[in-house]
Design a protein around this ligand. Structure first.
Ligand code: FAD
Length: 472
């Protein structure tokens, strides 16, 4: 229950947006409580999103490497088997450790953790239906709504989390499905598809558009799709799902070709519905305090994360507002919002939020794609470097992919960087930093990079943008 004292700030939602905002606010001297209803902190990200999916990607990658690639390194392993129960247990250990870790941080920074579902009772009051039973009211000068997002439903599909699953069911399957159909070719579907494909599933991705991951640079996307196809993925692009029927162990899926309207039936042991996520504001009673949603159902905020509540003390961050639905973006929102609240100048540059697909190879990008830059009509340059020419990638036998820079032809300023390759998600940070500092490709190329590292591919691609790379 709540301590009863009025807080400077109550954050509703304990995901990456909410818990980071709560900790930051407390560090800045505010009296803070965080209301969270799921029974553990960390939100979608720690409980059913980023963390469990990355744990399963790591386990399945290790299995796949041992089975398929260890021999090339001279490591002979006989009788490799996968214990799905143990894999899930390791995932749960990772999740439990991290969610408890946030509880520990709340204690350390004196953030009061109110366990229950909150709803606005007034501009300064939130009524909380406590998980232990009963209700309490928390009062605060300010509120941050950080209630995140949920899986977007698909018409005609009922998610039972066993045969027809969302990502939440896909991270908790008890056995490897023989045939897995993934509806939606976004990053979550491809990551979960990768996990089960490595463990033996036949994976088919059904996507309404004629390409996967729409936000990706198209040259990188083509390479990426080729790589996934080589791994065994099948793609049905330009198809929409019109119905599903579960009979015993089989899901019969009816799909329709978007161009010619012809229908066909596909069969799967498990279908993963992964056609996007939508903001979650259910039960908050936003109308009571005048918080309006935009036409896509997101909480409408101004540049200071302030909602439309006339009282002027209700803010929102993370997946529930505009911008990329990513944990690191939610965290940045949370910090900037609190800084504004505390009279400082918080700001998040959405143009430099990296996006990463944690498949193998990984794909990471920041800034604009070549198509976006081209469409804007300015003069630009492109520089590329393949990992096949990078000494580290070759020595570890992981050479698939490339680094691609797009820069302004006149100023050499970096406009976008797209990496497909080993550890792309780590490599992109340097490019994010460079873009934040308004750097040129020459700035990166003239910075000394350790040898032999994968980051030398970033350096050489930067070099290739305004000059010639050395090793290609
Ligand atoms: P959430 O994390 O959704 O947290 C909101 C919290 O609010 C929830 O815990 C919810 O229980 C609580 N809540 C809601 N309403 C109330 C209420 N009325 N009262 C009390 N509590 C309430 N992002 C990445 O950056 N990298 C990744 O690798 C990545 N992988 C993902 C994999 C999967 C399978 C999924 C589903 C998502 C992934 N994401 C990833 C996205 C990431 O999880 C979200 O962007 C992030 O969690 C958003 O943070 P948030 O704080 O805005 O909301």
């Amino acid at each position: 229950a709540s301590s009863g004292e009025q807080k400077d700030l109550v954050v509703v939602g304990g995901g990456p947006g909410g818990y980071v905002a709560a900790i930051k606010a407390s560090q800045m001297g505010l009296k803070v409580a965080c209301v969270e209803g799921r029974g553990s902190l960390g939100g979608t990200c720690l409980n059913v999103g980023c963390i469990p999916s990355k744990a399963l990607l790591a386990s399945s990658h290790l299995y796949h490497e041992v089975k398929k690639n260890a021999e090339s390194h001279g490591v002979i392993v006989d009788g490799v088997k996968m214990d799905i129960g143990k894999m899930m247990a390791q995932k749960e250990t990772a999740v439990a450790g991290l969610t408890k870790g946030i509880e520990g941080l709340f204690k350390k920074y004196k953030v009061e953790y109110v366990k229950g579902w909150g709803k606005f009772a007034g501009a300064n009051d939130m009524e909380v239906a406590l998980l232990d039973g009963g209700t309490t009211t928390v009062t605060a000068k300010n509120f941050i709504i950080a209630t995140g997002s949920e899986v977007s439903p698909l018409p005609g599909m009922t998610i039972d989390e066993e045969r027809v699953v969302s990502s939440t069911g896909a991270i908790a399957l008890k056995e490897v499905p023989q045939k897995l159909i993934v509806i939606g070719g976004g990053y979550i579907g491809l990551e979960m598809g990768s996990v089960w494909q490595r463990l033996g599933s036949e994976v088919t991705v059904v996507e309404f558009l004629d390409h996967i991951v729409p936000s990706m640079d198209s040259e990188i996307r083509k390479n990426f799709q080729r790589s996934l196809t080589k791994q065994g993925f099948k793609f049905k692009l330009g198809y929409k799902v019109t119905g599903a029927e579960v009979t015993g162990d089989v899901v019969k899926l009816t799909v329709e070709n978007v161009k010619d309207g012809k229908s066909e039936q596909l069969e799967a042991s498990v279908v993963l519905v992964s056609a996007g996520r939508r903001p979650y504001v259910e039960g908050l009673d936003l109308a009571k305090v005048g918080v309006e949603l935009d036409r896509r159902g997101r909480v409408q905020v101004d540049e200071h994360f302030k909602t439309t509540a006339p009282s002027g003390n209700i803010f929102a961050v993370g997946d529930v507002i505009d911008g990329p639905m990513l944990a690191h973006k939610a965290e940045e929102d949370g910090i900037a919002c609190v800084e504004n609240l505390a009279g400082k100048k918080g700001h998040v540059n959405y143009n430099t939020v990296p996006s990463i697909v944690y498949t193998h190879p990984e794909v990471a990008s920041v800034g604009k794609t070549e198509e976006q830059v081209k469409a804007e009509g300015g003069k630009y340059r492109v520089g590329k470097f393949a990992f096949a020419a990078n000494s580290r990638a070759r020595s570890v036998l992981d050479t698939e992919g490339l680094v691609k820079f797009v820069s302004d032809a006149e100023t050499d300023k970096i406009l976008g960087v797209h990496i497909m390759g080993p550890n792309a998600g780590e490599l992109i940070s340097e490019c994010v930093l460079a873009m934040e500092y308004g750097a040129s490709t020459e700035d990166i190329a003239r910075s000394c990079h350790g040898h032999p590292t994968l980051s030398e591919a970033v350096k050489e691609a930067a070099m290739a943008t305004y000059d010639k790379p050395i090793h290609s």
